[in-house]
Design a protein around this ligand. Structure first.
Ligand code: FAD
Length: 348
C-alpha cells in the first residue's frame, strides 16, 4: 500500500498531511523541533487562505483562536504614505497558534509524528520495509522550508517580536534603509513587529534591533505606545527565489518554501504553503507525477514571484517609493496574489 512521508510540520507539511489523509493513505510526519515555538514571520494571513483553511477542516477552530481581522494596508516610504482597504479582510494569527492548529488537525485525522532532523542519510530508515520497491511506495513531501545558505556580502536577515499595547486593524509596512518592517496585530490584541534588513544596515547599529527600528521616524511613532513582550527572534540569511523550483526527483513532492521563497512583503507565503502543501500531499498520495505537480504549483505562483522580484530590484535601486506613488495600492496587492485561485478547486 502507498504511504506518504512528510518532512517538516510547518503550514505546507501539515496541509500536505491533511490532503494525503483525505486520500486514505497512511501518513508520517517528521519534524525537527520537539516543541511548538514562535517563528519569525509577519503572521499576516492573506484573505484567499481562508477558503483553504476551510477545506483543511480548521476554519471554525481558527476563528475560535480570535485572530485579528485585518482590513487596511498602509505602506510608509519616509513621509509618503499609501493606504487602501483590502478587497476582503485578512487575518493576523501567530505562527505558534497556526502551526499548532494545523498539526493537531493532521494528528487527529491519523498522522503519526516523529521528531528528528531528517538528512539524506537518515531518510532510508523511514521506509516501511527493506523489501525491494518499498521506497517507491513511499512518496516524500519535502516541506522543510527555505534553504538558509547564502554567500556573505548582501545577506538579509529577518527579525520579529511581539508587543503589548493598543491594537489596530491595519497591516503597516515601513520601508527604510533597504529594509522593511511590518506591524500588525495577531490574537488577543498582541502586536507583531517583523522585518527584513540587509546585514550592512543591521551592522551599523551593532545588530541592536530596538535601536534599528527607531531609525524610521514613522515606525518609531507607531511603536511609541507599545512595549516588547519577548526578546527579538532572528532568522537568516534569507535568499529569495526568482521562480518556483522546476526540477524534482520522481518520488519527491516539494511544497511551501521548499519550492521557492517569495519576498515576504507580499504577505502570501503562508497562503502559498497551504495551497502547494495541499496539492503536493494529494498528488503524493495518489501517485501522480511529481513533475506535473511542481508545474501546477509554478503556474499558480508565477505572478507573486515575478512581482516581488521586480519590487525587490526597485527597492535595492532606491526606486520603489517613486513607483509606489504612481500605482494604486489595490493593484500592488493584486499583483502579488496567486493566479486563478477564485476558480480553482483543490480537490480537482
Ligand atoms: C521575516 C519573514 C516574514 C514573513 N511574513 C509573512 C507574512 O506576514 N505572511 C505570510 O503569508 N508569509 C510570511 N512569511 C513567509 C512564511 O513564513 C513562509 O512562507 C511559510 O512559513 C512557509 O511555510 P513552510 O511550511 O513551507 O515552511 P516553514 O514554516 O519554514 O516550516 C518548515 C518546517 O520544517 C522543519 N524542518 C526544517 N528542516 C527539517 C529537517 N531537516 N527535518 C525535519 N524537519 C525540518 C522546520 O522546523 C519547520 O517546522 C514571512 C517570512 C519571513 C522570513
Amino acid at each position: 500500500m502507498r504511504s506518504v512521508l512528510i518532512l517538516g510540520a510547518g503550514p505546507a507539511g501539515s496541509a500536505a498531511a491533511i490532503a494525503a489523509l483525505a486520500e486514505s493513505v497512511p501518513v508520517k510526519i517528521l519534524e525537527k523541533s520537539r516543541q511548538r515555538r514562535h517563528k519569525v514571520c509577519g503572521e499576516f494571513i492573506s484573505p484567499e487562505a481562508c477558503g483553504i483553511l476551510a477545506e483543511l477542516g480548521v476554519w471554525e477552530q481558527f476563528l475560535r483562536l480570535e485572530p485579528t481581522r485585518i482590513r487596511d494596508c498602509v505602506l510608509h516610504f519616509g513621509r509618503l504614505t499609501k493606504k487602501w482597504t483590502l478587497p476582503e479582510c485578512g487575518y493576523g494569527l501567530s505562527r505558534y497558534e497556526l502551526d499548532g492548529l494545523l498539526l493537531e488537525r493532521a494528528v487527529a485525522l491519523g498522522a503519526t509524528v516523529g521528531h528528528e532532523a531528517v538528512t539524506n542519510n537518515s531518510l532510508g530508515n523511514h521506509f516501511p520495509t527493506d523489501a525491494p520497491g518499498a521506497a517507491d511506495k513511499t512518496a516524500i513531501v519535502l516541506a522543510t522550508g527555505r534553504k538558509v545558505a547564502a554567500p556573505p556580502g548582501k545577506r538579509l536577515f529577518g527579525f520579529k517580536a511581539h508587543f503589548e499595547g493598543p491594537a489596530a486593524d491595519a497591516v503597516e509596512l515601513f520601508f527604510f534603509d533597504g529594509s522593511y518592517v511590518g506591524v500588525s496585530c495577531v490574537e488577543r490584541g498582541i502586536t507583531n513587529v517583523c522585518g527584513i534588513a540587509p546585514e550592512s544596515a543591521l551592522h551599523t547599529c551593532g545588530f541592536r534591533l530596538d535601536e534599528f527600528v527607531l531609525r524610521s521616524e514613522a515606525l518609531a511613532e507607531r511603536l511609541r505606545p507599545l512595549s516588547r513582550k519577548f526578546k527579538w527572534l532572528t532568522v537568516g540569511p534569507l535568499v529569495y527565489s526568482r521562480t518556483v523550483r522546476t526540477w524534482v526527483d520522481p518520488n519527491t513532492y516539494p511544497a511551501g518554501d521548499a519550492l521557492g521563497f517569495v519576498d515576504p512583503f507580499t504577505g502570501s507565503g503562508i497562503l502559498n504553503a497551504l495551497l502547494t502543501g495541499w496539492l503536493s500531499g494529494s498528488a503524493a498520495a495518489r501517485g501522480l507525477s511529481s513533475q506535473g505537480c511542481v508545474a501546477r504549483c509554478g503556474a499558480l505562483l508565477g505572478k507573486p514571484y515575478w512581482t516581488s522580484a521586480l519590487f525587490r530590484g526597485l527597492l535595492d535601486a532606491g526606486c520603489a517609493e517613486h513607483l509606489a506613488a504612481l500605482i494604486p495600492g489595490s493593484w500592488l496587492f493584486r499583483l502579488t496574489r496567486v493566479g486563478r485561485l477564485a476558480t480553482y478547486r483543490l480537490c480537482a
